[in-house]
Write a protein that binds this ligand. Structure first.
Ligand code: AHR
Length: 643
């Protein structure tokens, strides 16, 4: 079925215009705002997340202390250093026999042979590529400790790496004996310059032995959540006007080996009961940001989770190769199906249910909304073809208990009627050129089968974040998704985040970059903000003819607001002159947002965060006949009042 109504533009026809000093054939664009073709999916634009590129630990999750559970590698205890001021005598080593909980059965044992005021001994932590210390700010910390001897008080300090200046300090009386939790607050005064070049020190001034575990330090978080998220990154996501969050992955859902699956049970409850797990993107995940924190993240952004449940497939097999291993459908898979049922209950059950009550105990009595559940991730990699049976087993059990849920398959499957999926998740990672070629992918796709969720997509060439060529690919692709949003119910770019410090990234081309202090949006980020902030409820008839190949459009109308949202993407290196007729639009002033750069390679970065960003202007509209030129390498979103 052709989605674009062909219409005659005889009134204006194609003319010759002088543009940018060169003769340019004008294309014609006709939009008929009085002819809705179909509705726009109300959940079209959303977010996809997983622990990759230090998205959570060292990213969104505001915890500043790295390796807060004292894991070791070949070089010793990762991140932590021993502090011995002047004549202090101390050593530190992991004690595998003592910890505050079954989930955290080990600790760091600090043995202080000699220490006194001015000769303190203790530990230091550099954070995740530093610790951002800001003026007049309260930092909330805690740790678990077990004490032997009269160690007195522990001093917590935020210290400047460069000068050794103490930027904030707290004394924490240690009461001796068994494992206890201690809280502390560090409050800064004047801080000469905000940087990441700071660290945390925990020291004592008496001889004795201290076992430490689960050291935390949080800056003020978004919506003041305890164990919450970085405010700047949350605000950036809010500006994208998302409607959902696909969680928790991605490969992160699956894990490299079967035992590394996203075992959600181990990610809820007090932090001390969360063991963490090995994540597929080469580093340990603390699970400080666990299932409830994902849900609260949704709540804070007023969006719905799209919950991906583990479906019994690991990324790799026992020999470390592909295809991965799978759990045999049938009896072996039953515990995982039960885990999915319990997980849905944790999300949606009221407090009278077992897992709803558990969620209430964790601090959130109210259930969360949930419409979509995705079963697995990218199961086309499972060349054993076990997915059809695995999907069916999950689908039948989920439908029986939760008939209202819409179920998402990760690849086309053949299953019985009762197990049929509602939605298919398609993923696209493409170069700019390949993305331009893909824009019409769904124009003629059948409308009779399941709906489409483009659960991961990105134009990829820039690193660590997309460049302007990628933004043009993304904007072009979004015009295609909007035009086909009767079929495409949801779409989410991936990956969302990257910590731009050396060694933090596993996957180049990520939407939002940051370090400990700063964050920035890529040109693709701004393109998404522009598109999602200006989308109507109905796709209306439109037709463009005579334009160059890399020119893309979308026309939707907000029926309530009486606005035509016209999106024009010129990804070529020539200006595109247009003669436009906009049936049903009002003559007068329209608002226009423009994202432009001089080349595909132009980009934003941590040091030049706003080199490319949307500019707002006013465009005079003559609906009956108007000329408009879209400059080369330009994305425009125009809001035009309609009658
Ligand atoms: O987005 C990065 C990875 O790409 C996801 O984890 C996976 O689903 C896909 O292959």
């Amino acid at each position: 079925m052709k989605m674009i109504a062909k219409m005659c533009c005889a009134a204006l026809g194609a003319g010759i215009l002088a543009v940018s000093g060169m003769a340019q054939t004008a294309a014609t664009l006709h939009v008929d705002t009085t002819k809705p073709l179909h509705s726009v999916s109300p959940m079209l634009y959303g977010l996809m997340t997983e622990e990759i590129n230090h998205s959570y630990d060292g990213g969104l999750y505001a915890q500043m202390v790295s390796n807060h559970v004292f894991r070791t590698n070949w070089a010793g205890v990762e991140s932590w250093g021993l502090v011995r001021n002047d004549n202090a005598k101390a050593e530190a080593a992991v004690d595998k026999t003592s910890g505050p909980s079954a989930a955290l059965p080990t600790s760091l044992k600090l043995t202080v042979a000699a220490a006194s005021a001015g000769n303190e001994a203790g530990l230091s932590n550099p954070g995740y590529w530093g610790m951002a210390v800001r003026p007049h700010t309260k930092y909330a910390g805690s740790f678990y400790a077990k004490i032997d001897g009269d160690v007195g008080t522990m001093t917590a300090q935020l210290v400047s790496d460069a000068t050794g200046a103490v930027l904030a300090q707290a004394a924490i009386p240690l009461h001796g004996g068994a494992w206890s939790r201690y809280n502390y607050t560090l409050t800064t005064g004047v801080v000469a310059s905000v940087s990441a070049a700071n660290h945390l020190e925990l020291t004592v001034a008496h001889a004795g032995t201290v076992w430490l575990q689960l050291v935390t330090l949080f800056p003020p978080t978004y919506h003041d959540r305890v164990n919450g998220n970085r405010a700047d990154l949350m605000e950036m996501m809010a500006a994208m006007h998302p409607k959902f969050l696909r969680l928790p992955g991605g490969n992160y859902l699956e894990g490299d080996a079967l035992e590394d699956w996203y075992d959600w049970y181990k990610t809820v409850g007090p932090l001390v009961d969360r063991p963490g797990h090995m994540a597929p993107w080469t580093y340990w995940s603390t699970d400080g940001l666990g299932l409830l924190e994902y849900l609260e993240w949704c709540e804070d952004l007023k969006i719905e989770p799209v919950l991906a449940v583990y479906a019994g497939y690991s990324l790799k097999n026992k020999n470390g190769g592909r295809p991965g291993d799978h759990i045999k459908p049938g009896k072996d898979l039953e515990p995982y199906v039960q885990a999915a049922l319990d997980e849905v209950e944790y999300v949606t059950g009221d407090v009278s249910t077992k897992w709803g009550a558990e969620r209430a105990k964790d601090g959130h009595p109210a259930p969360f909304p949930l419409t979509y559940v995705e079963i697995g991730n990218e199961d086309w990699f499972d060349s054993s073809h076990s997915y059809d049976a695995r999907f069916a087993q999950f689908a039948i059990a989920l439908r029986k208990k939760y008939p209202q849920l819409k179920l998402i398959t990760t690849t086309p499957i053949k299953v019985s009627k009762e197990a049929e999926p509602d939605v298919l998740d398609d993923h696209y990672y493409k170069s700019p050129a390949a993305m331009f070629d893909l824009v019409h992918r769904y124009d003629d796709a059948p409308r009779s089968g399941e709906k489409i969720f483009v659960g991961e997509w990105a134009t990829r060439s820039g690193s660590p974040t997309p460049n302007f060529g990628d933004a043009l690919g993304d904007a072009a692709w979004m015009t295609g998704m909007e035009r086909n949003s009767d079929l495409i119910v949801m779409a989410s770019y991936a990956p969302l985040f990257v910590n731009v410090n050396p060694g933090a990234m596993q996957w180049p081309t990520d939407l939002i970059g940051y370090d400990a202090v700063r964050a920035y949006g890529s040109p693709s980020y701004y393109a998404q903000c522009m598109f999602a902030a200006h989308i109507g409820d109905a796709v209306v008839a439109s037709d463009v003819s005579g334009a160059q190949d890399r020119f893309f459009t979308s026309a939707t109308v907000s029926e309530k607001e009486h606005v035509l949202h016209l999106k024009l993407v010129n990804a070529s290196n020539h200006a595109q002159a247009l003669t436009m007729t906009l049936t049903g639009a009002k003559a007068g002033a329209a608002k226009m947002w423009t994202l432009h750069a001089g080349s595909f390679g132009a980009t934003n970065s941590i040091t030049e965060p706003e080199a490319i960003k949307p500019r707002e202007s006013v465009l005079a509209v003559n609906a009956a006949a108007m000329r408009h030129t879209v400059p080369a390498y330009t994305i425009e979103v125009i809001d035009i009042p309609v009658k």
